[in-house]
Write a protein that binds this ligand. Structure first.
Ligand SMILES: [Ca+2]
Length: 207
């Protein structure tokens, strides 16, 4: 790492960002290189690419804690062609998203909202009708633009809401807040153990 580089600030406004302790439940992916955590890494040039019909992704917060969810955002890959078929990437963009939440886990989800996704490269923000407290957030992508099996998403964010009496996630995890402010990141392994790495290990140099 060149000495002149300076890391990006942690994305504390994204509840499922990797450095916030966000993780994917399950392993819906074509290959490891295009696994779903690629949609949580803050990099628009890395992406989740899945070959499932109507793919879904279950996301959780640090330590499987709860959070008040006010909405999500979705960003599509910015590259011209997909890396597997070398076809126009836009044909893999999902055309809509459903947001489901659960306090229990991989079952008992309630649909909070469904919304179309504009077919452009900007960040698409979808607000829930009202903030929902959740332990798990499931995103479902019922169809894509190309009627082909591949579906891609470059970045997913889950936004935190505010309500009287609600204590924000970072206030409940002072250790994570301190870690982020000291320029580290929280990486949660499959065994739910936390390790720390410098932010630059995820982001690389400042862009
Ligand atoms: Ca990414």
């Amino acid at each position: 790492m060149p000495a002149a580089s300076s890391p990006r600030l942690a994305r504390t406004d994204k509840l499922v960002a990797i450095e916030m302790g966000g993780r994917v439940e399950g392993h819906d992916r074509v290959t490891l290189d295009f696994g779903p955590t690629r949609a949580l890494d803050g990099k628009p040039n890395t992406f989740w690419l899945t070959g499932y019909t109507s793919p879904n992704l279950v996301l959780s917060f640090i330590g499987h804690d709860t959070a008040l969810v006010s909405g999500i955002s979705i960003t599509f890959p910015q590259q011209a062609n997909d890396p597997i078929g070398d076809k126009p990437f836009a044909r893999t963009f999902p055309t809509s998203v459903e947001v489901w939440t659960s306090m229990k886990g991989t079952e008992d989800f309630q649909k909070a909202v469904a919304a179309p996704l504009p077919q452009d490269l900007s960040e698409h923000t979808i607000a829930l009708p009202a903030p929902v407290e959740a332990r798990y957030v499931k995103l479902v992508f019922p169809a894509n633009a190309g009627a082909q099996p591949l579906t891609s998403v470059a970045e997913i964010a889950v936004r935190e809401g505010q309500a009287a009496g609600y204590v924000p996630l970072l206030k409940r995890h002072a250790d994570l807040a301190a870690l982020l402010s000291s320029n580290g990141v929280c990486v949660v392994s499959d065994s739910h153990r936390f390790t720390t790495q410098p932010l630059t290990s995820i982001y690389g140099e400042k862009t």
